[in-house]
Ligand binder design. Structure first.
Ligand code: GDP
Ligand code: MG
Length: 224
């Protein structure tokens, strides 16, 4: 019983800080994506491809999260955008306070798109709001078509699903239609993309959708 109370308190405190982050993001004009997946699904690769496509038309920032190393920050930084690494030590997810600390160090007054790459984990990041606009879930075709059914809280929390590494389909037993329909059983309104960062297949549609999301956020902010 005590454990449940403590967990509830932690999540409530996190939600308060996430609300503060959300205000900061709105001030910066940032559309914020919390990228979630199991380790190795291709989060950093998709962020790199997206940064390359959008960096001349939008101010993009990236926060990468891992238990150890700044490998991902280095990878993304090579594309010429501002990037900060959070190393969580032994924590299996990012929390709102880790993001608030990075925000406090920011000098920039404007950002159009912020990617937060969460720690690779299909469980805990579902419970921790960072102040983002949306969560985007990646599931690669190598992970097993039933994964959406096994991790329903993460699917429910995510507005979009990216089925990644489609270039590997000829070599493995996977059907992306089944991954999609399993995800839609849990969240019918999900936006679904099928992409390969290796061949570039599907990246254009992802980028066009992101552009429409950025425009929508701009219009909402102009009205308020
Ligand atoms: N074949 C193939 N490999 C990919 C693709 N995207 C990422 N990878 C590889 O998958 C591994 C993990 O990718 P990474 O972006 O680091 O995943 P993360 O851990 O989710 O950030 C790396 O070896 C990538 O080169 C893809 O579309 N096709
Ligand atoms: Mg990564």
């Amino acid at each position: 019983m005590k454990k449940v109370d403590l967990q509830q308190k932690v999540v409530t405190r996190n939600d308060e800080i996430a609300a503060y982050n959300r205000k900061r993001f709105d001030k910066l004009g940032a559309y914020v994506i919390n990228m979630v997946s199991s380790p190795g699904s291709g989060k950093t690769s998709l962020i790199e491809a997206t940064v390359e496509a959008l960096k001349d038309e939008a101010k993009v920032f990236v926060i990468t999260g891992d238990l150890m190393t700044d490998n991902d920050a280095k990878r993304v930084g090579r594309h010429g955008v501002e990037v900060a690494q959070v190393t969580t030590g032994d924590a299996c997810h990012l929390d709102a306070n880790m993001i608030a600390e990075k925000l406090a160090a920011w000098k920039s007054q404007r950002c159009d798109l912020l990617f937060i790459e969460n720690v690779g984990n299909l469980v805990c990041p579902a419970s921790f709001d960072l102040g983002e606009d949306i969560k985007v879930l990646l599931i690669s075709v190598t992970e097993g078509d039933d994964k959406p059914l096994k991790y329903p809280p993460m699917v429910r929390a995510s507005s979009a699903l990216v089925i990644s590494k489609t270039d590997l389909l000829p070599y493995i037993d996977s059907n992306p239609q089944v991954i999609e329909s399993n995800a839609r059983r849990i969240r019918p309104d999900m936006e679904v993309f099928k992409v390969s960062c290796k061949t570039g297949e599907g990246i254009d549609r992802w980028i066009d959708w992101l552009r429409s999301q950025l425009e929508m956020k701009r219009q909402i902010q102009n009205k308020s």
